[in-house]
Ligand binder design. Structure first.
Ligand SMILES: C[S@@+](CC[C@H](N)C(=O)[O-])C[C@H]1O[C@@H](n2cnc3c(N)ncnc32)[C@H](O)[C@@H]1O
Length: 317
């Protein structure tokens, strides 16, 4: 396990220029960065926005919000909110249409590399994993009350882990021993229980990666929130507005791909319109493209390895 001195607390923004190029099409528009992180994309958007443009940025993480407060710019507003509340947040600013929405999903390096946040099996720390530690239930609290079936389902669905049931049983056995050992509250102990159960080894992957990913997705409701924000963001776009989404694993990308396919297919046309008109009406959104980081970016930032950026444009209101 690494110690604090080895921690890399900087976040290297993935697809920085590509994402901002895809998002910004008018410099006087209202844009939303739903995932502030360490403000990499937000800073670049502000550099390229004109005096009449606006950027509203959200993050669940109070540390990301503190970082963003260092940006003093009258065109910039910050909200400590989940992007699942995008519609309400924008309504609070009196905004009903936007020129573009950016989502750079997952966790930031400062979250992952801070042992006190409990996201990583590389450090021993409290088993928390909440992006917003001021709300909701930590991973340790959930594991202390969930049934074997619930734990199995989460690890199987969100980690795509073959040994989900065996891991859940081992975690329950550990819980039965809480009188003697105390509750399971550290990432280090979770990692050693899981590593003791997962019998196969995948190349370049720790045997506990899948379980940690699954618990993080569950604790933060990541896929539920993603579905909600994609629907809201698409609906809030003005004509020519862009939705730009960077995902980092197949579960996220599958949702993004499915939503974008639905938006851009003929199915997206209002069914109340008489059938004949359908033959002439194009879908209200079009796929702009899919971008992956280049070899140079991946060589410089291993986190970029699995990134996929997808873009849609609204072509009709
Ligand atoms: C990959 S980082 C973003 C990095 C950022 N683009 C940059 O360049 O610095 C993802 C961020 O999204 C935030 N996040 C994840 N899910 C969220 C949600 N449902 N609502 C708001 N923020 C969320 C995380 O807290 C994290 O700070």
């Amino acid at each position: 396990m690494a110690n604090a001195a080895e921690m890399e607390m900087q976040h290297r923004t993935v697809l920085l220029e590509e994402a901002v190029d895809a998002l910004l099409w008018r410099d006087d528009g209202i844009y939303v960065d739903c995932t502030l992180g360490r403000c990499g994309h937000s800073r670049r958007i502000l550099e390229r926005l004109g005096d009449r443009g606006k950027l509203i940025a959200l993050d669940k993480d109070p540390q990301a919000i503190e970082e963003a407060k260092k940006i003093i710019d009258p065109r910039f507003s910050i909200a400590h909110e989940s992007f699942a509340r995008l519609r309400d947040v924008l309504a609070g600013y009196g905004v009903t249409r936007v020129a573009g929405v950016l989502l750079d999903l997952g966790v930031s390096s400062p979250q992952l590399d801070d042992p006190t946040r409990g996201f990583s099996f590389r450090f021993n720390g409290p088993l928390d994993m909440r992006m917003d530690p001021t709300r909701g239930e930590s991973a340790a609290e959930w594991l202390a009350r969930a049934t074997v079936q619930e734990i199995t389902e989460v690890i199987k669905c969100y980690g795509e882990e073959r040994f989900a049931f065996q891991i859940a049983k081992a975690l329950l056995a550990r819980r039965m021993d809480s009188d003697r050992l105390g509750p399971l509250v550290t990432t280090g102990e979770l990692a050693s229980i899981v590593a003791g159960v997962v019998k196969t080894r995948e190349r370049g992957k720790s045997p506990v990666t899948r379980t940690f990913q699954a618990l993080r997705i569950h604790v933060n409701q990541e896929l539920v929130d993603l579905q909600i924000v994609l629907d809201a963001a698409a609906d809030l776009l003005e004509k020519k507005g862009k939705l730009v989404v960077i995902s980092f694993h197949s579960l996220e990308d599958r949702i993004v791909k499915r939503v974008m396919r639905t938006l851009t297919s003929v199915e997206a046309i209002d069914r109340r319109i008489p059938m004949r008109a359908h033959q002439f009406a194009p879908p209200p959104y079009k796929l702009v493209g899919k971008v992956k980081p280049c070899a140079k970016e991946i060589a410089e930032n291993s986190r970029a390895r699995s990134a996929i950026m997808r873009i849609v444009e609204r072509v009709a209101l």
